[in-house]
Design a protein around this ligand. Sequence first.
Ligand SMILES: CC(C)(COP(=O)(O)OP(=O)(O)OC[C@H]1O[C@@H](n2cnc3c(N)ncnc32)[C@H](O)[C@@H]1OP(=O)(O)O)[C@@H](O)C(=O)NCCC(=O)NCCS
Length: 183
Amino acid sequence: MAPIFPATVLRTGTVVLRPFSSADVADTQAAAADPLTQEWLPLPCPYTLDHAVDWCTIASHRLRTEGKGIHFALADAETDRLLGTVGLRRTNWRSLTSELGYWTAPWARRRGHAAEATRAVSHWALQEHGFERLELKAAVDNVASRKTALRAGFREEGIMRNAGIVHGGRVDLALFSLTPADL
Ligand SMILES: CC(C)(COP(=O)(O)OP(=O)(O)OC[C@H]1O[C@@H](n2cnc3c(N)ncnc32)[C@H](O)[C@@H]1OP(=O)(O)O)[C@@H](O)C(=O)NCCC(=O)NCCS
């Protein structure tokens, strides 16, 4: 049987990273339907409450139990309100590589949460699970995401031409990586 990430809760100074639950449905729907989220992520459009129910109670958990990665809900450490998500996907347990992705909710942006959570999840994967390389890809015009990657300690490697698909069409992607040598 393929290895899987254990169900995990990570805490940093201001946020907690934990599994999604049904309590996150309304906030997930609002954040995933937000215009900036829709601009840069190929999520269903319109993003309905049914999509959010499926994501919070089934789909985000299935990724982990099938060994393909792990999706963390990023929540306020004091109130537990949903602030965003950071996930590992396309996990390859043979090469010990994975791809990291994120969004934050409109009510949580520009407070350092995405970078802090990305740092926590990536260090956990490299240090606790022996991963050798994490990749992060952002559309070249997605300034906030590119800055988040750098702020979290990732290094830019170059441009993957015509490699991404967003609702607006095909885009070039900036490729970032983090390896144990960077820590
Ligand atoms: C990208 C995203 C997750 C950033 O979340 P965030 O919580 O606001 O990010 P942080 O507060 O941790 O900021 C990280 C860096 O990005 C910068 N930043 C954040 N939003 C920005 C914006 N709109 N314009 C310019 N820079 C921005 C911050 O200033 C910081 O840079 P610094 O290190 O130079 O100070 C958020 O904008 C988002 O959800 N976007 C829509 C979905 C998306 O693009 N996901 C990624 C797809 S690859």
